[in-house]
Ligand binder design. Structure first.
Ligand code: 5GP
Ligand code: MG
Length: 485
């Protein structure tokens, strides 16, 4: 199964060109996906509204390509994309097909019109739906679950108005989905009933370029980027429609519980993001402090594994009252690491990114703090590297409990076989990593630090219990019920 993380953004301006602000917002979401990027826009300007026939043929100019946001778009290309509403996407996937056909937004035809759609998340029941849609004569151009959503929505739009069509869609699909959809002159946002992946809403109010409208994005720094203001998160099970400067909300489904992805707080989201009302930086500081309380050790310095370990290490150092010092300096110009097949070149991959500072670590007992361990391959090299540079002891402290199970809902974690902690006990892990001691954050410490009750979080990768039905896995039922609107 293909698993991926992604970033999405939708912007609806009252007038003006949306392509450029979408480009900037995608820049702010680049950490969510470096494999491909795309922007689709549509012209739904107010002055055109009068003459519009619902469902008429509208062209949706689409630009997408492989690589970083700045590699895919040029000013020239962006200027050729005219339209005051649009959506954008950055995609990340280290397994599965890495090809431009899978880049988003994706387009689908309906009733002679077109919709564009961008998705963050992962569905777990697409095979059967895809077969059904293919039997109906629909032709697929990609192998993504997003195209199943697009085709299913297009099919429902033959019979229903947009809100009813989305209600039907949400009835069928299982998994995580934060969506932005472009449909004629309307921008639509959808968050799955469990709120697994983040999605937030902001307002652009007569900014320095005279723009007004709404922005919907995976994370709030995309809103900050445009000097817009964060209004709130899109609620689990909510659908937002922005049309001609008006915002409408439809609460289509309401669950008993939510299942916000805990890994967003641990690793995936930016530290300056406000997710479901919480600043990620604050959560990571608390985790670091808690880690110091749970796994204190005599040491001379606390160092992060940059960048992901930094905030945790600051919290740890503060609580433990041990000096914070950088054992490594990161080369900020290394983007994707080229993974060569030979062992020696994989070592190069770490050295390209990180250089251990001998003067800082020589003869020292180092507490080395990172957010998580997945396969353990990087962590092992980093510990060895510190020791090569003269560190006397390396005590590894990890800002999450052990990752023991795969994610099926949008984070690219590998199979159980590849996960370091899935079949090893703590001693074996410590030995594998060649560390002098290891301390993982407790589950209780994690939940206290995030500040969301366990039964409102998805903890699948840490507990092996998932909030939706996944063949061969244990499911903790999260009851859903249909509500009126
Ligand atoms: P490992 O030792 O498991 O090979 O690597 C651990 C490092 O991987 C940690 O520093 C952590 O920040 C990082 N990490 C965790 N999840 C992901 C992910 O989904 N993608 C990437 N590129 N790195 C990750
Ligand atoms: Mg890291």
């Amino acid at each position: 199964m293909k698993k991926e993380g992604c970033g999405i953004v939708g912007i609806a301006l009252e007038q003006g060109n949306a392509a450029l602000p979408i480009f900037y917002a995608l820049y702010a979401l680049q950490h969510r996906g470096q494999e491909s990027a795309g922007i689709a826009v549509s012209s739904g300007a107010k002055e055109e509204k009068e003459n519009e026939i619902s469902g008429n043929v509208r062209d949706i100019p689409l630009i997408k390509g492989m690589g970083f946001v700045y590699e895919v778009f040029s000013t020239q290309r962006l200027e050729s994309q005219k339209g005051n509403i649009g959506i954008g996407h950055v995609r990340y996937s280290t397994t599965g097909a890495s090809k431009v056909e899978n880049a988003e937004p994706l387009l689908a035809n309906y009733r002679g019109g077109k919709i564009a759609i961008a998705h963050n998340g992962n569905l777990v029941n697409t095979a059967e739906m895809r077969r059904e849609l293919e039997r109906d004569g629909r032709i697929f151009h990609s192998d993504t679950d997003t195209e199943v959503i697009a085709q299913l929505l297009a099919k429902e739009l033959m019979k229903h108005d947009p809100i009813e069509a989305i209600r039907e869609l949400m009835k069928r699909v299982i998994g995580s989905y934060s969506l932005v959809i472009l449909m004629n002159n309307t921008l639509i946002a959808v968050r799955d009933p469990l709120g697994i992946k983040p999605l937030c809403l902001g307002e652009i109010k007569d900014d320095e370029n005279g723009r007004s409208g709404y922005i919907i994005a995976s994370e709030s720094p995309a809103i900050d980027m445009l000097n817009a203001s964060l209004i709130r998160d899109v609620r689990p099970g909510e659908v937002l429609m922005v049309k001609g400067g008006d915002l409408e909300s439809y609460q289509l489904y309401r669950g008993k519980n939510t299942a916000h992805c805990v890994f967003e707080y641990i690793y995936f989201a930016r530290a300056d993001s406000v997710l479901d009302g919480r600043l990620v930086y604050g959560v990571r500081m608390k985790i670091g402090e808690r880690l110091a309380e749970e796994h204190g050790v005599e040491a001379d310095m606390v160092s992060p594994v940059p960048d992901s370990g930094i905030t945790f290490a600051i919290g740890y150092a503060k609580r433990a009252k041990i000096d914070y010092m950088e054992g490594f300096i990161k080369n900020r110009y290394v983007g994707r690491t080229f993974i060569m097949p030979e062992e020696s070149s994989r070592d190069i991959a770490v050295r390209l990114k990180l250089n251990a500072v001998r003067a800082n670590v020589e003869g020292k007992r180092v507490v080395l703090v990172d957010d998580s361990i997945v396969r353990g391959t990087t962590s092992r090299r980093i510990v060895d590297y510190l020791k090569e540079k003269g560190a006397k002891e390396v005590h590894l402290r990890i800002g999450s409990p052990p990752i023991i199970a795969p994610c099926y809902l949008g984070i690219n974690t590998p199979t159980r076989e590849e996960l370091l902690a899935s079949k090893r006990n703590l001693d074996e892990i410590c030995e594998f990593l060649n560390a002098d001691s290891i301390g993982y954050l407790s589950m209780e410490g994690l939940i206290d630090s995030v500040g969301i009750e366990a039964n409102n979080l998805c903890l699948g990768c840490l507990t092996e219990k998932y909030p939706v039905e996944i063949p061969g896995e244990v499911c903790i039922a999260r009851q859903l019920k249909l509500t009126q609107f």
